[in-house]
Design a binder for this molecule. Structure first.
Ligand SMILES: [Zn+2]
Length: 354
C-alpha cells in the first residue's frame, strides 16, 4: 500500500511538472535535445490553478486527480484514508525514500551491522580464560583515614536509664532572653548532656537506655518512668535524671531574684542507695565544673525518683535563670565538663558498685 501511495504522488508531481499535461512522458521516447545546453532551463511560470500550495488540494479534491492516468491496479484512495486530513508539503517528503515492500519475500531489510563474531577455526584450540587463583588475594585499596573500631573493654555492671527530662513542648524551662535574643532551653541542654555521655560510654560497652530520645514531647513524666521500669535488662537498673535549675523569679522573662547558682543532686528520702548514688554524682559535678556546691537534697515529691522502681537520683547542673550561670551553661566546654562529671560518676559506680 505504501508503495502505491508513493507511486501515486510521484506521478502526481510529474504531472504538475509537465505544466498540466497529465500523461506521463513515454520512457521509450528519448527526450529532445536541449537547444540551449549552456543556459539554464527556466520553467514557465505555472498558472495559479497549477500551483501546489500546501498539498491539501491534491488530496481533498478528488476532481483534481480525476484526470490523471493511473496504472490500472492503482486504487483510488479515499481522502479520509490518507495519512492526514490536512497534509502539508512536509508530508510529501517521504517520496524521496526508496519504498520497501515488507511483504515481498525477495526484499531484504538491511539492518545496521552488528560487530561480527569472528568464526572459530575448529582447528584452532580455544584458549580458555585462566581461572582466578583463589589463593592470590586481591589487594584492597588503602583505606582512607581508617576509623579505629571501638572495642568494648568494659564489663557492664548496671543498665543506666538516662532521663533527659522535659521536651520541646514543656512550658517554661527556659531562661529570659540573652542580649542577642537567644535563650537557654532546658530540654535542649539536658539532651545535649545525655548525648555527650552516650557518645563516650556506649562505645566502651557501658549499658545505657536513653529513656526519651524524642524531642517533641512535654514533661511526659509517667511515660518516662513507665519506660524505664518496663525496660528489660540483664543488669540491675539505675536511673539518673539530668536537669538544669531555676530559682524563683517574677516571671519567665526575669532573672531570678534573689539570684541562686550552683549544683545540687536529689534522691528519694530514706533511700540509702539513692543517697550514695546522688553523692557520687554531686561530688564529680562540683569537682569537674567548679560550680557552687549546694549539696545533696532529698524529697518524696519528685515524680521520677519516687515512681521509678530502681535506685535513682536527679542532678541539677546550675541555674539557667542566673544570668552569668546561664551564659556558662551555653558554652560547649562547660557542657562537656558537666557530661564528663556524669561519665566519671557512672564509671565509678560501674567499678565499685553501690
Ligand atoms: Zn528540669
Amino acid at each position: 500500500m505504501l508503495e502505491r501511495i508513493i507511486e501515486f504522488f510521484k506521478k502526481l508531481f510529474e504531472a504538475f511538472n509537465d505544466k498540466g499535461t497529465v500523461n506521463p512522458p513515454d520512457p521509450h521516447i528519448p527526450s529532445p535535445p536541449n537547444p540551449f545546453p549552456d543556459e539554464p532551463v527556466i520553467p514557465d511560470e505555472p498558472d495559479d490553478a497549477d500551483l501546489v500550495s500546501d498539498g491539501s488540494d491534491l488530496i481533498s479534491e478528488p476532481d483534481t486527480i480525476g484526470t490523471l492516468v493511473f496504472p490500472e491496479e492503482l486504487e483510488i484512495i479515499e481522502p479520509d484514508t490518507i495519512i492526514s486530513d490536512n497534509p502539508t508539503d512536509d508530508d510529501l517528503i517521504p517520496i524521496d525514500i526508496p519504498p520497501i515492500d515488507l511483504t515481498d519475500p525477495d526484499t531484504t531489510v538491511v539492518t545496521p551491522p552488528v560487530d561480527p563474531v569472528p568464526p572459530t577455526d575448529p582447528d584452532t584450540p580455544v584458549t580458555p580464560t585462566p581461572p582466578v587463583d583463589p589463593v592470590d588475594p586481591v589487594t584492597p585499596p588503602d583505606p582512607v583515614d581508617p576509623v579505629e573500631p571501638e572495642i568494648p573493654t568494659h564489663e557492664p555492671r548496671y543498665l543506666w536509664c538516662l532521663d533527659n527530662g522535659h521536651g520541646r513542648f514543656t512550658a517554661g524551662k527556659r531562661s529570659p532572653k540573652f542580649d542577642d535574643g537567644t535563650r537557654f532551653m532546658e530540654y535542649e541542654f539536658n539532651r545535649d548532656i545525655v548525648k555527650r555521655i552516650m557518645d563516650k560510654l556506649v562505645p566502651l560497652g557501658v549499658q545505657i537506655f536513653n529513656v526519651v530520645p524524642e524531642v517533641d514531647t512535654d514533661n511526659f513524666l509517667k511515660g518516662r518512668v513507665d519506660r524505664a521500669n518496663a525496660h528489660q535488662s540483664d543488669y540491675p537498673k539505675l536511673f539518673v535524671s539530668i536537669h538544669a535549675n531555676a530559682a524563683r523569679s517574677e516571671s519567665q522573662e526575669h532573672w531570678a531574684d534573689p539570684p541562686a547558682k550552683g549544683a545540687e543532686t536529689w534522691y528519694y528520702t530514706g533511700s540509702s542507695r539513692g543517697r550514695k548514688l546522688a553523692s557520687i554524682f554531686q561530688k564529680h559535678i562540683v569537682q569537674y565544673t567548679g560550680m557552687v556546691n549546694r549539696g545533696l537534697k532529698s524529697t518524696k515529691s519528685l515524680y521520677v525518683i519516687r515512681k521509678t522502681t530502681m535506685t535513682s537520683c536527679l542532678t541539677e547542673n546550675g541555674f539557667y535563670n542566673h544570668p552569668k550561670e546561664a551564659a556558662e551553661l551555653m558554652k560547649d566546654e562547660v557542657r562537656q565538663l558537666i557530661a564528663d562529671a556524669h561519665i566519671a560518676a557512672i564509671l565509678e559506680v560501674e567499678k565499685n558498685g553501690l
